[in-house]
Design a protein around this ligand. Structure first.
Ligand SMILES: Cc1cc2nc3c(=O)[nH]c(=O)nc-3n(C[C@H](O)[C@H](O)[C@H](O)COP(=O)(O)O)c2cc1C
Length: 195
């Protein structure tokens, strides 16, 4: 294949050159964020990862920063002593899509209610791009009416909430609550951007 043919092929990939903000929350499914980042990068996307502080206990910035080829963002402040901060407004405007995967019950509740305790929530409120959420939590958390209502509220804002597939959960319980698999999330985004 010539260099031109290669360029044409890569340009036909729906995620090629797309700027994806990947928000990762404190769920046991956060380990899947590494595979998701890798797949998005392989699909040609530019990925900026934002971890919540709790998520950083589940998956390291070193892993996600290496896979995304960009420093991972966590707090509002870059260098408190120097007064440097991460500009959530600029991040929100930079992105072609905000993908939150896994989306925890806690973050879902904050987003549904316009709360803004961390960088990820501030970026969500600032973003003008399409927003995709892949909830991940245990069976009874996912089935709780508070979570169901919060997800319905996010859908009513026009956000795309992926259904959680049923299966075995980390707790050993069976049913919905699992994060949609990284391959399926990427396929959904490709479908969206191919339109
Ligand atoms: C081991 C462990 C696993 C957890 N898994 C989940 C989970 O899958 N989904 C979820 O919504 N919360 C889960 N939690 C609770 C969240 O970590 C907690 O609500 C946290 O405040 C979420 O913060 P964040 O939304 O800012 O990331 C888990 C907690 C622990 C200790």
């Amino acid at each position: 294949m010539t260099a031109n043919q290669q360029l044409e092929t890569s340009n036909r990939q729906p995620l090629h050159g797309r700027r994806i903000l990947l928000g990762v929350c404190g769920s046991i499914a956060a380990y899947k964020a590494a595979a998701l980042t890798r797949l998005l990068v392989k699909a040609g996307a530019e990925v900026q990862v934002i971890l919540t502080e709790v998520a950083a206990a589940f998956v390291t910035p070193l892993t996600l920063g290496t896979l995304s080829k960009k420093p991972v963002l966590t707090g509002f402040l870059r260098d408190a002593a120097a007064g440097e901060w991460h500009n959530h407004v600029e991040l929100g405007l930079w992105a072609d899509a905000l993908l939150i995967a896994p989306a925890s019950a806690n973050t879902i509740g904050q987003l549904a209610n316009g709360l803004c305790p961390n960088l990820l929530c501030a970026v969500y409120l600032s973003a003008r791009c399409p927003v995709f959420l892949a909830p991940a939590m245990d069976l009874d958390m996912y089935a709780h009416p508070a979570v169901t209502q919060n997800l319905a509220r996010l859908r009513s804002f026009g956000n795309h909430v992926f259904e959680s597939p049923a299966g075995e959960l980390a707790s050993g319980l069976q049913g919905p609550g699992r994060m949609l698999e990284p391959e399926d999330i990427v396929a959904e985004l490709e479908k969206f951007f191919a339109r």
